[in-house]
Design a protein around this ligand. Structure first.
Ligand code: SF4
Length: 303
């Protein structure tokens, strides 16, 4: 049997380290590089808050509703049942029942209004929660998920991203949005052609902000992503304190956080909620540990 000479391994010295970035990772880096490091390099745990769980419950319900392959618009009950079935309770630990019910009722009202706005013109989505992985050069892969791909009047596609912020942004605010550009690139990659438009739909106030494809600068977005990737690779993780520190999960670890900012009450409330959630988790854990000890060693062991 003749021996086979294997090729020498490629010399990878000097090649950039491969990076996988999502829109939200780039956004986090641009907001505060140290926060990015805590979240994605050190992978410190983050506690899901009520706003995050509420937003993910709304997304899940909308996904179910828009994905119904029916000629007639699905009823509002389909939407509300999906909210019930896919409610994410994680961020509400430690909250009293009345407050949880208020969040749930608010979600129901938002979804009812969404149904009122869209039922008459309903058409099943081309896709929902469409995953993409996009090579943008320089060993960077952009990953993400598109909430809602719609068929447009001209037979093309439109991309919708659902936002659960309380307030809508204006067209001027979103026109140079990195997210819109990433979705436009992703659509080209997935379906072989550009979308007609990309929209952010602010579901709470019920406002859709639509930007035509020819007004989205994808080249500038790729340059921006590469700039962030280069800075991550050079381990540039400087803190950038701002009003957003009040909502940062890493204040305890951050050397740049200087305590209460101008919004003392708001900061105190956020911190209080966080501690309440932690103490509720600790209480449940203690109960389950006590049950194990009691079963195996008896009550005396707990005395
Ligand atoms: S507390 Fe502020 S400065 Fe510190 S990591 Fe968080 S966002 Fe950045």
């Amino acid at each position: 049997m003749s021996s086979v000479t294997l090729p020498a391994p490629l010399d990878r010295v000097g090649e950039p380290t491969p990076l996988r970035l999502s829109f939200s990772r780039v956004d986090t880096y641009e907001t505060c590089a140290l926060k990015y490091r805590f979240a994605y390099v050190d992978e410190l745990p983050q506690v899901p808050g009520p706003a995050l769980s509420w937003g993910s419950s709304i997304h899940a319900a909308l996904e179910t509703w828009w994905d119904q392959k029916l000629p007639d618009p699905p009823s509002v009950d389909v939407l509300l049942q999906a909210l019930f079935d896919r409610w994410d309770d994680d961020g509400f630990a430690g909250m009293d029942r009345d407050e949880k019910v208020r969040w749930y009722r608010h979600a129901q009202n938002v979804l009812r209004r969404h149904h009122d706005r869209h039922a008459r013109t309903y058409a099943p989505a081309v896709a929902t929660e469409q995953w993409f992985e996009l090579e943008v050069g320089n060993a960077v892969t952009v990953v993400g998920s598109i909430d809602h791909v719609a068929r447009t009047d001209s037979g093309g596609i439109g991309i919708v991203d659902w936002k659960t912020n309380r307030k809508a942004k204006t067209r001027a605010d979103v026109s140079d949005s990195l997210q819109l550009a990433v979705y436009a690139l992703a659509a080209r990659h997935l379906w072989g052609h550009d979308p007609d438009w990309v929209a952010l739909e602010f579901v709470v106030p019920g406002i859709r902000v639509t930007v035509p494809r020819d007004q989205i600068d994808v080249d500038a977005a790729v340059v921006r992503i590469h700039k962030v990737a280069d800075r991550i690779r050079s381990e540039a993780f400087d803190p950038r304190p701002s009003a957003l520190c009040s909502w940062c999960d890493f204040r305890d670890e951050c050397p740049a956080f200087e305590g209460d900012g101008p919004d003392v009450a708001g900061t105190a409330l956020v911190e209080l909620r966080r501690l309440q959630r932690r103490s509720e988790r600790d209480r449940k854990r203690m109960e389950s540990l006590e049950a194990v000890v009691r079963t195996r060693l008896g009550d005396d062991a707990l005395a």
